[in-house]
Design a binder for this molecule. Sequence first.
Ligand code: CIR
Length: 256
Amino acid sequence: MSHVFTRALVRPPTANFADGLTTVTLGAPDFSRASAQHAAYCTALRACGLTVESLPPQPAYPDATFIEDTAVIVPGLAVLARPGASSRLGEVATVRDAVTRAVGTVREIVGPGTLDGGDVCEHGTHLFVGISHRTNEEGARQLAAEVGHTASTIDIRGVTSILHLKSGLVSVDDRLLVAIDALAKHPALAGHDVLRVAPGESYAANCVRVNTRVLVADGFPRLAAALKSRGFDPLPLGMSEFQKMDGGLSCLSLRF
Ligand code: CIR
């Protein structure tokens, strides 16, 4: 089951978090507010029943709090990613031991493949993999071969509002996807039940199903209401400081 988890790996932001990559123009993040939001995120994961392992902050890698991008974990297997941004490549070595301890069987994406975990949307036993400015076709091909799930790619390089596929497409259960308008009509989603986020709420698309709850960014009431009406139990979390660095809820943990 792709939404049932017992553990999570996280990494709090570093004081130089604002030195990370970003394409948005929302201003510089506030470190102490980011730390508080991260702590609340960890509390929420625990409230969902997860054991949370927190890795040490990495001042050499200001984006390392977005730990999801460093690996893809499916039942019984972890695939270490190969981030497409050169400043983030070294982050993989910093999670290798923890991922190996946690999962046991570890494979990895190798060059010329590149893959950011944020481009991988696991939906039941199918993988949607975003071809983005970070993830290339070769990375997507290697991932599908390692995981053994069926896979389809979605080219998001022309969708300027999102960095990664999961910024705009997530699976909330094995039958329901949440998507931004720009992705909802993609041929790869034909035949799937898709809940479209309302105009003006596209940041909220990056919600995270964790056991009986769905973590949602605070301040996007229409998505929370739509999820409730479908029988889900949203858990709102402040994300303002991570949004300033192009990050969403899923990026802040590896769940397994
Ligand atoms: C980056 O540009 O790589 C980071 N500042 C944000 C990464 C967000 N990760 C994600 O959506 N999975």
